[in-house]
Write a protein that binds this ligand. Sequence first.
Ligand SMILES: [Zn+2]
Length: 469
Amino acid sequence: MYSIVLQILFLISINCTVIINSYPENECNLDNKLVDEIQSYKNVTKQIIDKIVSGGFGTKMYEDYSKFIDTFGARLAGSKALEKAIDHMVNLTRQNGLNDVTTEEVDIPYWQRIYESANMFEPYLKKISILGLGTSVSTPAEGIKAEAIVIKSFDELEKTDENKIKGKIVVFDPPFVSYGETVVYRSLGASKASRKGAVATLVRSITPFSIYSLHTGAQDYENNVTKIPTAAITHEDADLFRRLQNLGEKIVLKIHMSYAMSRKISRNTIIDLKGKESPEKQVIVSGHIDSWDVGQGAMDDGGGMMISWFVPVILNILKLKPRRTIRAILWTAEEPGLIGAEAYLTKHINETSNINFIMESDEGTFKPLGLDVAGSTNARCIIAEVLKLFTPIDKMKESEYPGSDMTLFVQKGIPGASLLNENERYFWFHHSEGDTMNVQNQEDVVACAAFWVAFSYVIADLSQDIPRQ
Ligand SMILES: [Zn+2]
């Protein structure tokens, strides 16, 4: 479990830098009949988009979304807020006329933030803001007072004499290169520093931009390591510590951190619009309903969850039943390590051959651009052809593992795609108090929803399955 989660964290991250490639069309030899069939969806996709964008359905969806976010706020895995939010989405589905909605229980960890504070005592007294990383242990009640050492990389940590680390608070200040490359200091920093005798770690927040902002996220203790408290600090404080160290100043910090850890039952939410010809075959559209305990989880992943929920609901209202079943899944407990998706996959392992395609939106719902696609060349050729229906939302990026929860499915050979959008500023807000409705522009979210609905309708309705090979 431990190594899987880390491997996955790494995979999630590599895909976060968005580079858009146009698809090399000369590699595709699609059958003319299939091309004609795909192009015959031009009218219906236009109708779907018009109804959502101009016909009032998109406005209503955005209002439901905004109300959801403001009513429940942050939805930490294990919290009561998350379970109430899940109940609300189940009820909202039924209120919209779709009764094929169920939940499946998942046993999840509940890591709860109780109290945090930090001060610099030397070279002068200064308050330092900290934000504990998910699964961090507490400090002793009296706190930890120790000298700090600032370390730029694991390489530098490795080369530093153990005596210089022992008993100290290690401050990691890696420069932000990309989320994928830099997040390892958040996920592994405490274990690495603990092996050299550190008593706590503080990690420069994993973001390219800061106005004294703190960014939390999951971290994991390696096996057989002394668990030491670990928290994020701002770029501003990390850079200050670096400059003080360069000046030869001794830095002394005192930190107090308190957390509770228990287990809770949460639920994945499953909403089906049954297919009219092959109901056993599925196209999954998904996003996660849980969030971190800071901000409102409006961007990560309220927007992605909402547009995925909207797919079967609006198609049912528009009386557009595709050949295959469209299954929306609102994953629980993504943030602590894809726990809801893993539980779903275990429970439904015998159905994986029936999953024709899986979609996930978990990297923002800013202005839509197209899709980040995993699958065989054949699969990608079909997706590229379908995307032509949505110009200018027709960009295609190819990744081995796009998305987060869907990684588990893609690893099983199931083709899939995540939403490509103008998310250059995603990591400014990610896992911070800044992830609020203010980040979410109505026009962009509605455009994402319209594209998401119309695209999944075509995939679920095509006469041909998306090929795995
Ligand atoms: Zn997310």
